[in-house]
Design a protein around this ligand. Sequence first.
Ligand code: C2E
Ligand code: MG
Ligand code: MG
Ligand code: MG
Length: 271
Amino acid sequence: EAKRQGRNTWHWYDGSDAQHGADYAQLRHDLMEAITQHQFVLHYQPILAAQSQTVSSYEALIRWQHPRRGLLYPGDFIPLAEQTGQIVAIGQWVLEQAAKDIAAFNQQSAGQQAVTVAVNISPLQFRRQGFYEELKRVLRVSGLAPELLELEVTESVLMMGADRTRGILNEICELGVQVSIDDFGTGYSSFSYLRDLPVHTLKIDRSFIRDIPANQRDSALLQGMIQMAHQLSLNVVVEGIETLEQYEFMRQHGADYLQGFYFARPAPLTW
Ligand code: C2E
Ligand code: MG
Ligand code: MG
Ligand code: MG
């Protein structure tokens, strides 16, 4: 727990503006090495079917084994990587590694229900020319069935330039790859994109769950979001389930899939 708290309070920038600039340059440089020196690792957190309580998919979550600073969490370096554009190379690595990991995992557990892998895709990566080709390449080299790959994008991605976004989504959809909207409810909250963009799943942000069941407004919002999703034939994942009460509440109110520390923390994939 100290580590998780630490990651929220830990700042790379610390001190004067000069120090700030130096640290920025250092981190940027370290990030370049991280890619070539294979310092990134993926942890996986299961997403469970609410009724059967069986694992339906694993979300890949990146960590950085920094040579001097120890294990760093995405909050420590993803924002900078987005700024510098390094997120594109990092994201490509994540996509390919996650697809290979889960293809191997499913092969090892042949005979059991195959699991899906959910990969977070940054806006830059998603909108880049060639993302579709990259996706096809990853499916080919990993041997993962397209239906077993799920891309998590945030609402902001869908709000940017509707035509281009629709084009990319249609291509992804034709491949058979699924798309879910991550951190749903925290973005610009215009529902217009839900009307006509091909997405499969709403992943409700954990800020709506934190004070459940005590907070009645949050309860009402959650129930409303679940109903709306179902009327649009979308699946609902609720993230951030930490207690038995939250689990029971979400199951009672019809959430399809659940994810959170109550079930499992992100960890290296083992089988
Ligand atoms: P996210 O995609 O919404 O992932 C869920 C985050 O919530 C993860 O944090 C996870 O460890 C945490 N979490 C899961 N269950 C619980 C819970 O019950 N309670 C609490 N308090 N937290 C929970 P993490 O791994 O630090 O990742 C943070 C964010 O970094 C992710 O949010 C995602 O937006 C981003 N991220 C992670 N991996 C990647 C990646 O490979 N590429 C990109 N572009 N972004 C990534
Ligand atoms: Mg996610
Ligand atoms: Mg999320
Ligand atoms: Mg989140």
